[in-house]
Design a protein around this ligand. Structure first.
Ligand code: ADP
Ligand code: MN
Ligand code: MN
Ligand code: MN
Length: 383
């Protein structure tokens, strides 16, 4: 028997890369048995040509839903220099340190990933351009009817690409991901899946693996699953990555809404610009204020308000405890940055006055966190 291990890592542009390693004479493999490996960083924008080796360290393994004829695995890794320092685009190392520092709070994340499927440059379900032999535009996109009937729609005239969405769900479940739902979104060809609730770093890890599975699956159909936050200009909501967040105190504390959740939201408001800076590229095209969620320059929170930056659902309001939804992150955001920043601002920042970048830790890769500062812009993803 052999075990195939697909080592996955994140490149300098927020894209996912992977390569296969064959383990001969094995029936199964455990995380601790998987060796570190390396790749050519000069081919992924992550290392100069003369010293191009980037080391990848296995962090989590999942059953491989693409190779079901055995105990094959997907291996999520993060990236280091040959000297063992996290490379600048390794946002996981910093996030893991932040979650480690505050693990008693037991932070949960539920992340809603919206995306748009394209075939031959056109979103699924969109009419092709009406080419004319003479006297008209031949390259403009044809337009479907306005948004309205597509969100959670059923029927061949409103739902496009469902087979892939269903297959993606089944594959994520096979891999052991804690996917909590899927739905069709407001634009034809646009869909959403949710991961969570997951504890700490696991939320971002699972989202990256779910994205990887989506890319690989779509590849089989010649389709691109785009994470562009405004894939088509005009009167469409765009694509976000709402991040739902709670701590044990928010979920269970007496009168947690007033005592913990609302003060946390106020701290988020005080650092609005810092958050927006790492919530994804091209987010200003989406957060205009005209299409759900407040404008990028404004911080506004509210109960059940989908026009707000941060929303508290009715259930949390009624029970007086629960979670908050940060609606600002763009579909292309880096979940390591977003979940760690949310946790840091809403919880760690307040009593202990730790800074996100220079966080005081007794152990852990402090250097990499300091180094993250100048790289934040680059690290927030654009595709
Ligand atoms: P929406 O109504 O905004 O579309 P969704 O149902 O798409 O919400 O997503 C909500 C997400 O929040 C799910 O992933 C869910 O698992 C997660 N969630 C539920 N409870 C909590 C909680 N206490 N803390 C964090 N996330 C939670
Ligand atoms: Mn949703
Ligand atoms: Mn949605
Ligand atoms: Mn939402």
């Amino acid at each position: 028997m052999v075990v195939l291990a697909e080592y996955i890592w994140i490149d300098a542009y927020g894209g996912l890369r992977s390569k296969t390693r064959v383990f001969h004479n094995k029936d199964t493999i455990k995380l601790k048995d998987l060796p570190n490996w390396n790749y050519d960083g000069s081919s992924t924008g992550q290392a100069p040509g003369e010293d191009s080796e980037v080391m990848i360290v296995p962090r989590v393994i999942y059953p491989d839903p693409f190779r079901k004829n055995g105990n094959h695995v997907l291996v999520l890794t993060d990236t280091y220099t040959p000297q063992g320092e996290p490379i600048p685009t390794n946002t996981r190392a910093a996030a893991a340190a932040i979650f480690e520092a505050g693990k008693k709070e037991i932070p949960w994340f539920g992340i809603e990933q919206e995306y748009t499927m394209f075939k031959d440059g056109t979103p699924l379900g969109w009419p092709h351009s009406k080419a004319r032999a003479f006297g008209g535009p031949t390259k403009t996109l044809g337009y479907p009817g306005p948004q309205g009937p597509y969100y959670c729609g059923a029927g061949a005239d409103v739902a496009f690409g469902r087979d892939i969405v269903e297959e993606h769900l089944a594959m994520c479940l096979y891999a052991g991901l804690n996917v909590s739902g899927i739905n069709a979104e407001v634009m034809p060809g646009q869909w959403e899946f949710q991961v969570g609730p997951c504890v700490g770093i696991d939320g971002a890890d699972q989202l990256w693996v779910a994205r990887y599975i989506l890319n690989r699956l779509a590849e089989k159909y010649g389709i691109i699953a785009s994470l562009d936050p405004k894939p088509i200009p005009g009167d469409w909501n765009g694509a976000g990555c709402h991040t739902n967040f709670s701590t044990k105190k928010m979920r269970e504390g007496k009168n947690a809404l007033d005592k913990v959740i609302i003060p946390a939201i106020e701290r988020l408001g005080n650092k609005h610009a810092e958050h927006i800076a790492i919530y994804g590229t091209d987010n200003e095209l989406r957060l205009t204020g005209g299409h759900e969620t407040a404008s990028i320059d404004t911080f506004k929170w509210g109960f059940a308000d989908r026009g707000a930056s941060v929303r508290i659902g009715n259930e949390t309001r009624e029970k007086g405890r629960g979670y908050l939804e940060d609606r600002r992150p763009a579909s292309n955001m880096d979940p390591y940055l977003v979940t760690a920043k949310l946790f840091h601002t809403a919880v760690l920042d307040a009593p202990r006055r730790q800074s996100f970048l220079g966080i005081h830790l007794t152990k852990g890769p402090r250097k990499s966190i300091v180094g993250l500062g100048s790289k934040l812009k680059r690290a927030s993803l654009g595709r």
